[in-house]
Write a protein that binds this ligand. Structure first.
Ligand SMILES: NC(=O)c1ccc[n+]([C@@H]2O[C@H](COP(=O)([O-])OP(=O)(O)OC[C@H]3O[C@@H](n4cnc5c(N)ncnc54)[C@H](OP(=O)(O)O)[C@@H]3O)[C@@H](O)[C@H]2O)c1
Length: 340
């Protein structure tokens, strides 16, 4: 099979399509021929050498894919050859074939495209988990989401629309604001030209928001915390600030960002009536039942027409460097996909 390999840490040019041995499914695994695979910010960081969970290069990364079952293991009764499936695996989905355990695979709804199926797992699970299991979003609340036009950001907006009555604030580059308004973001803020803290304070008459979802990290976690109303909740779920625009790793930048990470103590949290939580879906891999329950809820919302992944662009494996550049250039709106 062909697979997309990160040959070493560096810019997009380190990506290579290589011929590799086909994976052999174990007794409780299925072999899936990949039709589309999601590209996530984590994989950009993995290529740059900034994602500690990633395997050492040369490696094949990728957490999610959609495709067709080509072979089933000797003890598999849940799936048959020819089934269209969504798969979540811990690395390796950027390949023509993947072997996935039966509890890492779900049947695809009949009216879902392969592109939509590959765009759903990581972005929507992260958004759903933060909103419903961690921050318990409710109607009447105000919520701030950063990178609002990214895969997770759009999922958050759609899921809040499904709740109804959530006033949404979001940061994004100015060119993305029209689309964001269209899908229900009440207050798009161009963080490049204005301080989002000032903007949120002005828009809320100084009150701030109930929930901040922050994938930026470093000093932004501190800023988000200060924007919380009493009983407010900051959820930290990423560290985009560690990446630089030129596609390579800058240790100086990483150290500068790390130095600005706020350290909270329980006494100040108590006295300020605020909560801080963290979400890393990659570290929830052992919680199969929890993740499955959340994925099933998402498929229910898809069936009800409440959510629909927005595809930004689709790149063949041999143009994967352009797919990575698409995300790094901050131009994408929604999901960037890879197709074998
Ligand atoms: N904890 C978890 O389990 C988990 C799961 C999924 C994603 N995440 C994190 O959530 C964040 C967003 O993920 P996503 O999949 O939604 O990303 P995405 O779709 O690739 O979003 C990319 C957008 O993020 C914004 N951005 C902000 N800082 C950036 C930077 N330093 N470099 C490039 N773009 C930057 C840019 O938009 P604007 O400039 O327009 O804002 C860019 O277009 C990432 O930090 C990712 O690691 C965490």
């Amino acid at each position: 099979m062909r697979a997309l390999v990160i040959t070493r840490h560096g810019g997009p040019e380190v990506l290579q399509v290589r011929e590799m041995a086909d994976p052999q499914p174990g007794a409780r695994q299925v072999l899936v021929r990949v039709r589309a695979a999601g590209l996530n910010f984590a994989e950009i960081m993995a290529r740059q050498g900034l994602y500690l969970d990633a395997p050492k290069p040369p490696c094949v990364v990728g957490y999610e894919a959609s495709g067709v079952v080509e072979q089933v293991g000797s003890e598999v009764t849940e799936f048959q050859i020819g089934d269209r499936v969504i798969a979540m695996i811990q690395f390796g989905s950027h390949a023509e074939l993947i072997a996935a355990a039966v509890d890492e695979v779900l049947p695809m709804p009949a009216n879902m495209s392969f592109e939509q199926a590959a765009a759903l797992p990581v972005n929507y699970l992260t958004a759903y988990h933060m909103l419903h299991r961690v921050a318990h979003v409710r109607s009447g609340q105000r919520l701030l989401i950063h990178s609002a036009a990214g895969g997770v950001g759009i999922a958050v907006i759609q899921l809040c629309q499904a709740v109804g009555g959530v006033e949404l604030f979001g940061t994004a580059s100015a060119g993305k604001h029209a689309y964001l308004r269209e899908i229900g973001l009440d207050h798009p803020i161009d963080y490049r030209t204005e301080d989002y803290v000032d903007a949120v304070r002005t828009l809320t008459n100084g009150q701030g928001v109930d929930i901040v979802l922050d994938p930026l990290g470093g000093k932004d976690w501190r800023k988000g915390y200060r924007l919380l109303r009493p009983a407010g909740h900051l959820c930290a779920y990423g560290f985009s600030n560690n990446t630089s625009g030129d596609g390579t790793r800058s240790l100086l930048r990483v150290l500068g960002q790390m130095a600005q990470v706020p350290l909270w103590n329980s006494i100040s949290l108590m006295n300020e009536n605020r909560a801080v939580s963290g979400v890393n879906m990659g570290h929830l891999w052992g919680e199969k039942a929890m993740l499955r329950e959340e994925l099933m809820a998402l498929l229910g919302l898809f069936a009800a027409g409440k959510i629909a992944p927005k595809i930004d662009s689709t790149f063949p494996f041999d143009q994967a460097a352009d797919a990575h550049r698409r995300i790094e250039s901050r131009g994408s709106i929604g999901k960037v996909l890879l197709v074998p």
